[in-house]
Design a protein around this ligand. Structure first.
Ligand SMILES: Nc1nc2c(c(=O)[nH]1)N[C@H]1C(S)=C(S)[C@@H](COP(=O)(O)O)O[C@H]1N2
Ligand SMILES: [Mo]
Length: 407
């Protein structure tokens, strides 16, 4: 990617936030999708009205929550940039970025405060590239029972991309981290919409920040980041959930005290129990921050309600990811999890990315059938077969079931 690509003309075509709001009016929708979830309304609008975004499921118009339509995952292992999902906490963020005056600050417990231009980041630091899944901690929250508050994401608040940029470690080394540093805090250009509401910030431990994999991306899938996915720079924390992947990143602060801001110290917490699972209504468990992704897998070519011919070979295919490590195996069941057969894995795109799989199977008799798919990661952690529940509906990775009819 040339730094000459980073011109305003190329970027946003003059699309401002005012037009964002206007064009996302649900009244302009011409299409809907039924997410087929019991226990509440599950019809959503399909929108094509957001800048640099194609067909997306509209979960909320502003700040936008745009979900990737599930059929996208059947088309390829990389999610196209214009259908990469979108999530923001606060509605106030720039609709246009002046790439000449933009600066990334590196400050706090460093020997030298930095104010890096995009040109410096593109030209003066070694390039780094990694494939990784960006998944919201609240992904699939719509499936927890009983339903809980928060974005009612189905399975499309995850997306896979090749990220290009620079290592966070190299940027921190350039500033020179002082010995007392314990954490690094990240902030972007978005601002709260109410007085005294907490700005969206997240922190990582200094060791994690310097692990050589956490990176500052300026491109995904070989193109600049879409504005809504964090143009011009975003943090990429491979294997960890999307909440840490700060968009429109313009501030890096090295701390010698634990970060006490709301989003790090209080928000985004799960029960410290196996699979973060508790009984609805239970109390008295310890809460810990969400961190790494957990293994998941999906059938992408067969949907609930489909018919499958009986007695003839059929094929299933889909995607899996290991979470914070690779995919060891994907198993497939045609009898609701009573027996499992290993699926054939596709090419390994790197341990943090989606991995495709496929399976030939034959349904022996007519009638309803439940197909299931289960990922086991290279840490030997498998998706659980029980329904995960926790108060905020985070880190759901229950084995998926697809109900079909053999005909
Ligand atoms: N600056 C900023 N970065 C942010 C957020 C935000 O609200 N502001 N939301 C985070 C959350 S919770 C998620 S899930 C991801 C979503 O990334 P995406 O919109 O590119 O899919 O961005 C993360 N980075
Ligand atoms: Mo999120």
């Amino acid at each position: 990617m040339q730094s000459s690509m980073l011109t305003r003309r190329h970027l946003l075509g003059g699309m401002g936030l005012a037009s964002l709001g206007l064009m996302s009016s649900p009244a302009l929708a011409d299409d809907t999708v039924d997410l087929h979830v019991p226990g509440g309304p599950s019809t959503r609008i399909i929108t094509t009205s957001y800048p640099q975004k194609g067909r997306m499921i509209l979960q909320r118009s502003s700040p936008p929550w745009l979900e990737t339509p599930f059929e996208v995952f059947d088309k390829g292992v990389f999610t196209p940039n214009d259908q990469h999902y979108v999530s923001w906490h606060w509605a106030t963020f720039p609709g246009d970025i002046d790439v000449d005056s933009f600066r990334l600050a590196v400050r706090g417990q460093v020997n030298q405060t930095l104010s890096l231009s995009l040109k410096e980041i593109l030209q003066d630091l070694p390039r780094f590239e990694i494939t990784a899944v960006n998944q919201c901690a609240g992904a699939s929250r719509i499936y927890v029972e009983p339903r809980v508050a928060g974005a009612q994401w189905a399975n499309g608040s995850m997306s896979n991309a090749v990220w290009t940029g620079v290592r966070l470690k190299d940027v921190l080394d350039r500033a020179g981290v002082k010995p007392g540093a314990i954490q690094v805090r990240f902030g972007g250009l978005d601002e709260p919409v109410m007085q005294d509401a907490p700005k969206f910030l997240k922190s990582l431990s200094i060791d994690h920040a310097r692990d050589g994999e956490v990176m500052i991306a300026f491109a995904m899938n070989g193109e600049q980041l879409p504005l809504l996915n964090g143009f011009p720079l975003r943090l990429v924390v491979p294997g960890w959930c999307g909440v840490y992947w700060i968009k429109m990143l313009n501030d890096i602060e090295v701390l010698d005290q634990p970060d006490t801001n709301y989003w790090t110290a209080t928000g985004y917490r799960v029960p410290d129990t196996p699979h973060n699972n508790v009984k609805p209504g239970a109390t008295g468990f310890k809460m810990v921050p969400v961190t790494r992704n957990a293994p998941r897998s999906f059938i992408t070519n067969i949907r609930n309600g489909d018919s499958v011919p009986v007695g003839a070979p059929a094929s299933a295919r889909g995607i899996a990811f290991g979470g914070d490590c690779g995919v060891a195996r994907v198993d497939f069941s045609i009898d609701a999890g009573t027996s499992w057969e290993p699926a054939l894995l596709g090419a390994d795109q790197g341990k943090y990315g989606f991995r495709q799989w496929q399976m030939q199977f034959t349904l022996p008799a007519r009638g309803p059938r439940t197909l299931m798919v289960r990922c086991t990661n290279t840490n030997n952690e498998a998706q659980p077969d029980f329904k995960i529940w926790n108060p905020a509906g985070y880190m759901y990775n229950t084995v998926e079931s697809t109900h079909v009819v053999a005909v």
